[in-house]
Design a protein around this ligand. Sequence first.
Ligand SMILES: [Zn+2]
Length: 324
Amino acid sequence: MTINRRVFLTGLAAAPAAAAAAGTAGSAFAAEGAATAAPVLHSFTLGDARVTVLLDGHLPLGTQLFNGYEAAKAEQVLAQGLHRLQNDALQIPVNGYLVERAGQTLLIDTGTAQLMGPGLGALGAGLAAAGVAPEAIDTVLLTHIHPDHAGGLIAADGSAVFANAELVAAQREWDFWHDDAILAGVPESSRGFFEMARRSVAPYADRLKLLQGETEAVPGFTALELPGHTPGHTGFMLDAGGEGLLFWGDLIHSTALQFALPEWTIAFDTDPAQTVQTRRQMLDRAAADNLLVTGAHLDFPALGRVLRQGEAFAYQAAPWQFGL
Ligand SMILES: [Zn+2]
């Protein structure tokens, strides 16, 4: 099946509250991307690792998707950060990562492939531009099983893109999307999401590693439970020989708004209250420990740190030449 943006919006609403919100959100994702996305990538060295941020493309995120959106507040925050709305939407990037270390050639999330329109799907081209063939990937870490993260696992015919990769995800995430009882209870409009999730991971079922709680995902990467956006939403902390980098998945969807306004969840957060609690805890920790962070929807090249700002937060982007 084809997952267009409307399906993406309604299909992500697995929880009743989110379903209600999504039902009123209408055409939250604006017009289709204008052109096929070209490869865009940014590489840097961190300790013993070479990290490449692979831009899959941009998604228009309509303002009506935010729970509690207030135009006046948003305008003030956007102006402070030099962000701007286009057709009442924010353009948010979809990022994935290539991490190369001795003995590891690993991806964190896989982009949208063909699932979400012509303005996205460039992650594979970015990987090729980095000189890495899909067959060379030995591990894929998934932060969660949404189409902008897991879509790139499979080709249009449903076969595995990464023929030699072990797939690593949280047990709780896997169980959620494969639970027939949960599927039976979600609105008809959400079913496509479960079908997409199952289809994208199916060819990896015999080379799967499912994680329980905070644990070593693979050597050098510790899985952190960040529930809320989805039940098994997971971050990965890389220890690259003394230098750390936190890949926090979808802890933040909008760099422009959600550091300053961390209570603003979006319609496709499965559990909004838990999303806010997790976000505050993780942002607090990132600020207190001065962590280097990156995220799937942080503004490209998506590398920086978190600053405390009263009851809220701010994002400080790392200089472009960081770690060159
Ligand atoms: Zn996402």
